[in-house]
Design a protein around this ligand. Structure first.
Ligand code: GDP
Length: 296
């Protein structure tokens, strides 16, 4: 962790040194970089920290997995799709006992990440009583899930319940839509981004699995990463540092005095120090004197 953090921390110390030099040695004509140059130094640090922090989510995902609620009106093929998604890694499928009566839940693995699939069977027989218990259970499952998969029947016109589901899930931000039964043809009014699949033939299922994976796993993180953070403390400190750097970014944009900007940068540095060990005043002075032509 220290090794991966070291280059980013060093860049941050350099940026601090640059600003300190501009303030403390103004009479020595040390020219401080213009705002866009400051941003050009700050942004890669923030990106690096963000990438590192994201590996925490990946580490946690590998550990505990995520849940995917499958929603749709009766007969669109939820159960069939559920079974299709489970199929690939049959060997590690486990039954999870004690789940809510109306919800079927099993765990599959998608690219090595455990996915708890929740088939919200409860939405059955509820077309006329939208507020029925079954629907409520389904929507509860939806609220508890990391990801939601709305299943539509691509071979028939969309119905009121389909629209209701699409509307209710639209703002979730972690929703996927599968247009099932596309072996029977596709209806023209499918929402943009709906993934064509057929639970019957298995067509489109690999793409759906990939889409589920992509939606759940942060972009920077992957299993090829040489390692990921598993410590909640490290994750929190990285996030704190990122928040401070983002305040610094805002300070640059608002053209606040560099003294203010430095406060945020030091705050960001302190969070990193808590992981790697403290940065001393000497570290910063050394950087100033090695970078600028200033007599000690
Ligand atoms: P659920 O009520 O949403 O869980 O739907 P089911 O999985 O029970 O499927 C309802 C019916 O649709 C069953 O007769 C399935 O065989 C059929 N079905 C499911 N998926 C497909 C598909 O992709 N293509 C076709 N042609 N039929 C399907």
């Amino acid at each position: 962790m220290s090794r991966r953090l070291a280059p980013l921390k060093s860049q941050l110390v350099e940026l601090i040194a640059l600003l300190e030099a501009g303030i403390d040695f103004a009479e020595d004509d040390v020219s401080v970089a213009p705002d866009d140059a400051l941003l050009a130094r700050l942004d890669p640090i923030a990106q690096g920290l963000d990438a590192l922090a994201s590996t925490f989510r990946f580490g946690r995902l590998v550990h505990s997995g995520f849940s995917l609620a499958i929603l749709g009106r009766p007969n669109v093929g939820k159960s069939s799709l559920f079974n299709r998604l489970l199929e690939q890694d049959r060997a590690i499928v486990t039954e999870i006992p004690g789940t809510t009566r109306d919800l079927v839940s099993e765990t599959a693995s998608i690219h090595g990440i455990p996915v708890k699939l929740v088939d919200t069977a409860g939405i059955r027989d509820t077309q006329d009583r939208v507020e029925s218990i079954g629907v409520r259970k389904s929507y509860e499952a939806l609220a508890d899930s990391d990801l939601t998969l709305v299943v539509l029947d691509a071979s028939a016109p969309l119905e009121r319940l389909d629209h209701d589901l699409l509307d209710r899930t639209a703002q979730l931000g972690n929703r996927l839509v599968a247009a099932n039964k596309c072996d029977l043809g596709t209806c023209p009014e499918l929402p943009a981004g709906a993934l064509p699949v057929s639970a019957l033939t298995g067509g489109g299922v690999p793409e759906l699995r990939q889409a589920v994976y992509d939606a759940a796993v942060p972009r920077h993180a992957s299993s090829e990463d040489s390692g990921f953070i598993t410590s909640l403390r490290h994750e929190r400190l990285l996030r704190e540092s990122l928040e401070a750097l983002s305040r610094a970014r805002a300070a640059i944009s608002a053209r606040l005095p560099h003294e203010m900007l430095l406060l945020d940068l030091y705050s960001g540095l302190r969070s990193l120090d808590a992981i790697t060990g403290a940065t001393t005043v000497d570290d910063i002075l050394d950087r100033i004197f090695s970078t600028f032509c200033i007599g000690k």
